[in-house]
Write a new protein. Structure first.
Length: 103
């Protein structure tokens, strides 16, 4: 089982790229969700210069409400029972409820 990163720990550029790919988000969509410039996302993901902690935190906070889990190392995941719905301008994560039989 993967170890979880500390809450609010700075994410890596690789995690950012992976999370965007997992959700099917463009750089522009992430920039809008994180309330940062597209160039800030591009610079962060391309590792141009030292990472800016404030930008990385905004990026992380944009991903977490839609269910992205940041793990130790450069790993990212969605919850194990997550159902990902992507459409239009939104992405929504729903956890599947276990069905009970014999009720």
């Amino acid at each position: 089982m993967p170890a979880f990163a500390r809450p609010n720990a700075m994410i890596s550029p690789a995690q950012c790229r992976s999370a965007r790919s997992l959700l099917g988000w463009s750089v522009a969509k992430l920039a809008a969700a994180a309330l940062v410039r597209v160039s800030a996302i591009d610079d962060f993901e391309a590792e141009r210069g030292a990472p800016v902690a404030a930008i990385a935190l905004k990026i992380r906070r944009a991903f977490e409400p839609v269910g992205v889990l940041f793990l130790s190392g450069d790993d990212v995941r969605l919850p194990a029972r997550a159902l990902l719905e992507v459409g239009g301008d939104s992405t929504r994560i729903q956890l599947r409820q276990a069905r009970r039989s014999g009720n």
